[in-house]
Ligand binder design. Structure first.
Ligand code: ADP
Ligand code: MG
Length: 251
């Protein structure tokens, strides 16, 4: 098929023919027990297509972390459906969900969570540990992922010899190394200065241009505004959603 793009952000979204979304939440409720109980997510429905780059934005206490945990299958909702790449997780055991998580989801956190005594390449190779990939293959794929984030020349550096921006790039490589259905990034620039923030956000946009589905959770309106779709969370509900980018139909 012939393709063309008209502007930098007006790029093609390749909509897969299979009717699966990368992530689908339907009528998700999360209630925390207590006196009184907290309704942290109140009937949240949200679909994210393969190839999207989405910001989830909201103020403190709006429910972003709870939503991240539910989207990332780290926590089960009180009610509602969470489907990862077309698989309804409610119908799966905890062990099965852990397997889905390790294969289908990549995580990036504000605090990087890299192991300090270990080289960048080994940190990234850790992302393949639970998939039975042999060591040599893990290291080969890890080097490839680091190359993708522009750190091919830093393979043997431990994180403590890297800048904050470079550490987050290692974390992005680790999130990508197993080719997940989507990456969840929780305040990925929260610990970075403004220059590294720009570099990491540019990398996130590049990775998305290459086809990676990425969800960025942030309280930062400017970061959210720089992404093609913004979902605004307030008091546990979706207050606004600029929507999936319309499919570009080519002549
Ligand atoms: P955000 O990440 O946007 O700051 P959270 O998802 O952390 O928001 O919290 C949403 C609401 O749920 C808050 O009122 C918070 O106090 C409450 N909450 C979050 N986690 C728990 C928990 N484990 N137990 C009880 N209340 C919680
Ligand atoms: Mg939070």
């Amino acid at each position: 098929m012939m393709t063309s793009t008209t502007g930098t952000r007006d790029r093609a979204i390749t909509v897969p023919t299979a009717a699966t979304t990368a992530l689908e939440l339907r009528h998700v409720v999360k209630r925390f027990p207590g006196q009184p109980p907290v309704l942290a997510l109140d009937d949240v429905s949200l679909g994210i297509d393969h190839g999207e780059l989405v910001a989830i934005v909201g103020p403190s206490d709006s429910g972003k972390s709870t939503l991240l945990n539910v989207m990332g299958t780290l926590d089960r909702p009180t009610a509602g459906i969470v489907a990862v790449d077309g698989v309804d997780t409610a119908k799966r055991s905890d062990d099965e969900v852990a397997g889905i998580r390790s294969r289908k989801i990549g995580f990036v956190f504000q605090q990087f969570f890299l192991l300090p005594g270990m080289s960048a390449v080994d940190n990234v190779a850790n992302g393949l540990l639970y998939q039975g990939v042999p060591l040599r293959e893990r290291q080969r794929r890890s080097a490839e992922a680091l190359d993708r984030v522009g750190l091919g020349h830093r393979l043997d550096h431990p994180p403590n010899n890297l800048s904050g921006g470079e550490r987050q790039r290692v974390a992005l490589a680790r999130a990508l190394v197993h080719h997940p259905a989507f990456v969840l990034a929780d305040e990925p620039t929260g610990n970075l200065d403004s220059r590294s923030t720009e570099a990491v956000m540019a990398l996130i946009r590049d990775l998305n241009d290459e086809g990676t589905t990425i969800v960025v959770i942030t309280h930062d309106q400017a970061i959210a505004a720089s992404l093609p779709r913004q979902v605004t969370v307030l008091d546990g509900r979706i207050e606004a959603d600029t929507g999936r980018p319309t499919e570009v139909v080519r002549p």
